[in-house]
Design a binder for this molecule. Structure first.
Ligand code: FES
Ligand SMILES: [Fe+2]
Length: 437
């Protein structure tokens, strides 16, 4: 594996965004190895509820068993590989393969084989041909899975990124309430490499120029002319990234002068405005003097390799599934307080959709950049030129304080976190063995 990422000089080869062979190795060395976000427990509340999801290129089924456990299986029949489930979501007692009819129970076991007695002479060892099961962790309703059954557990994988991850699960009023995802996952294909969104999410505060037009129009929850930002008025001093894991957040090093104050943007809908005002009243009782975690720890980030998240306005998760070196299938979930009244959910849903997703005005700016950058990096001449990530080079600070294992960018605008992301990419690509399997 050549060194595509030059950490000393702040250069990244374009080959890793366009090359077929690099892409093939990424599937083995990254997507078969790392923990990947699958879905939210609120998508499968009852026994037999399932959703189709993905791990890298591959289709998986997330299903709740009769014992209440969430399990993840490779969606590929053990006979000839047919997809045993071709729906986005549903409820099933059993998954029957459409090709020859092998059927699998909710725990993945091969439950039925047509003509078992006469065609197989009763000799097929059915215990060996269940669906391939991934290792799963359900952390506060967030369901993650990996094929690496002997590697680090989820908490080791997350390290001190966990508090950033959890900031998107904190109830708006700082209480014990749970989050849930709005029904439906947005799915669309963008002709770009899957790493573009990851790099952008971990710490590109530099691309504001891309969104100038949409910010001028004003598409915030307050309606025309408003912005989405309700950050209490304080900007983080630096972004946080973790060289050991490749995760990072666009914030985390707090301004010492920051104090708790009303953190929400204005809402044009009176019910949404009143609900947030009341939530802040409760917050001051639940967590006196504290700023919400999603306000303190940055408004989003990336969990390596491909789970991008935003903690506010909208609160959303986007997984960038690789479809090939120059194609990415984006899946976007929106999170809301379970206790939020339906009319407020409807209001924020409409706002989320005009911000993010295939119809989202701000997301369209990003998609345009990523797809044109990918295509313009593909040519024989273009791919000779490395990308320049020298912004802030040499100005980042490694510190255990206040967050263990953190690398703080030298300032609010820096490519230091992006280099952490690509540094981890190179490290995993250099590894000898893809997975313990
Ligand atoms: S491919 Fe599934 S039963 Fe043959
Ligand atoms: Fe953007």
């Amino acid at each position: 594996m050549p060194t595509y990422v030059d950490r000393e000089r702040g250069l990244v080869s374009r080959e890793i965004f366009v090359d077929e062979e690099v892409y093939r190795l990424e599937q083995e060395r990254i997507f078969c190895k790392e923990w990947l976000f699958i879905g939210h427990a609120s998508q499968i509340p009852n026994s037999g509820d399932y959703i189709s999801s993905r791990m890298g290129e591959e289709s998986v089924i997330l299903v709740r068993g009769k014992d209440g456990q969430a399990r993840v299986f490779l969606n590929s029949c053990r006979h000839r590989g047919m997809k045993v489930c071709r729906y986005d979501e549903g409820n099933a007692a059993i998954f029957t393969c459409p090709y020859h009819g092998w059927s699998y129970g909710l725990a993945g076991e091969l439950a039925g084989v047509p003509r078992f007695k006469d065609a197989y002479h009763g000799e097929l060892d059915r215990s060996q041909y269940g669906l391939l099961e991934a290792r799963v962790c359900n952390h506060r309703g967030m369901i993650w899975a990996t094929w690496n059954v002997t590697g680090p557990d989820f908490y080791e994988f997350m390290g001190d990124m966990l508090q950033f991850h959890d900031s998107m699960l904190e109830a708006t009023d700082g209480g014990d309430g749970e989050m849930e995802v709005l029904p439906g996952v947005q799915k669309w294909v963008v002709p770009c490499n899957w790493k573009f969104p990851g790099e952008n999410s971990i710490g590109d505060h530099y691309h504001g120029v891309s969104h100038v037009s949409v910010e001028l129009v004003g598409i915030g929850p307050g309606g025309r002319g408003s912005t989405r930002h309700g950050d209490g008025g304080y900007r983080a001093l630096a972004m946080t990234a973790f060289p050991k894991t490749g995760h990072g957040s666009r914030g985390g090093l707090e301004n010492p002068e920051a104090v708790a104050r009303y953190p929400f943007p204005p809402f044009s809908d009176p019910a949404a405005e009143a609900w947030h005002r009341a939530a802040w009243e409760r917050h001051q009782i639940n967590r006196p003097g504290e700023r919400p975690a999603w306000d303190r720890l940055g408004n989003g980030g990336n969990i390596f390799p491909n789970m991008n998240y935003h903690t506010r306005w909208p609160r959303t998760i986007m997984v960038a599934h690789p479809n090939g070196p120059t194609s990415t299938e984006m899946w976007r979930w929106f999170l809301v307080d379970k206790a939020m009244p339906l009319e407020v959910k409807q209001f924020v849903r409409a706002y989320f959709l005009r911000y993010s997703g295939p119809g989202g005005l701000t997301e369209q700016d990003d998609m345009e950049n990523w797809s044109y950058a990918t295509i313009a990096s593909k040519g024989a001449m273009a791919r000779r030129l490395p990308y320049n990530l020298q912004q802030g080079l040499g100005h980042a600070v490694d510190s255990e304080d206040p967050i263990r294992g953190a690398r703080y960018s030298g300032g609010f605008i820096s490519e230091s976190s992006a280099m952490v992301y690509y540094g981890r990419w190179q490290e995993l690509m250099d590894a000898d063995r893809a997975t313990a399997r």
